[in-house]
Design a protein around this ligand. Structure first.
Ligand SMILES: *Cc1c(COP(=O)(O)O)cnc(C)c1O
Length: 241
């Protein structure tokens, strides 16, 4: 049934239940505590009503790719104070100011200059605590993708860690697209390997990896945040011009 806001709540309830069960199964199969794997509902292009419906199903963490879209939804959903927005798209330095006070976590720190700018803005944003961030790594070395190169990671982690307004929490990656979900495994393993080489789980407790296509593989490889869009909300509507 589609309600007056255009959201099919029954279908959404079914999809959320399926995806939660999927992550739980993948965690158990990997010998992990299911509570160590969290579902980030990727809501880019979805209307605020879809996020509200997901919120009513118990979902609290939402991933957005575009700053303006995130801010518009934050405004539309301001009556849901415990709803948390995560920025998972590339962040331009000139937009850091706009998100510093509005997001729960930024998954896409990929340069020292961006970290410094976001730190400066977070310090001025009157946040209750430091802003949690993940460093994005381009593990596939694809020129068109954002994320730092693996050999730039050390200095970048140090810069984030030194910033008094940022809280370094871990690593994030978007692997090259592959036909089979298993094709992503070497890239997830690579991120895990980088974590081990740069301070381990003590320093970098979170790994943000896995999407609709390859969530199970990501969980097997140690993901703590799995970013799922299509499998929860259905195919994305084409972007308006
Ligand atoms: C869109 C997006 C996702 C979700 O992808 P789906 O295939 O719809 O699950 C996850 N992570 C990032 C960075 C994205 O841009």
């Amino acid at each position: 049934m589609t309600d007056p806001t255009g959201v099919d709540r029954e279908q959404m309830a079914r999809r959320f239940a399926e995806q939660r069960a999927r992550l739980e199964r993948a965690a158990r199969d990997a010998g992990r505590d299911p509570a160590s794997v969290r579902l980030l509902a990727v809501s880019k292009t979805q209307p605020p009503e879809a996020l509200r419906a997901a919120y009513e199903l118990g979902q609290r963490d939402f991933g957005e790719n575009y700053v303006q879209e995130l801010l518009a939804k934050a405004e539309a959903l301001a009556d849901l104070p415990d709803l948390r927005f995560h920025l998972i798209g590339h962040l331009q330095r000139n937009k850091a100011r706009l998100v510093a006070g509005r997001v729960h976590m930024v998954h896409t720190i990929d340069s020292v200059r961006l970290a410094q700018e976001l730190g400066k803005r977070a310090a001025g944003a009157g946040r209750a605590g430091r802003l949690p961030v993940l460093v994005e790594v381009n593990v596939g070395g694809e020129p068109e993708k954002s994320g730092c190169a693996p050999d730039e990671l050390g200095p970048l982690l140090d810069a984030v860690e030194k910033d008094p307004a940022l809280h370094l929490r871990g690593l994030m990656t978007v692997p090259p697209a592959t036909e089979e979900a298993e094709g992503a495994r070497p890239f997830f393993d690579a991120l895990q390997g980088l974590r081990d080489r740069h301070g381990g789980v003590e320093r970098l407790p979170e790994l943000s990896m896995g999407m609709s296509h390859d969530a199970d593989v990501a969980v097997a490889a140690g993901a703590t945040w799995v970013r799922i869009g299509t499998a929860l909300f259905g195919p994305r509507p084409p972007k308006e011009p």
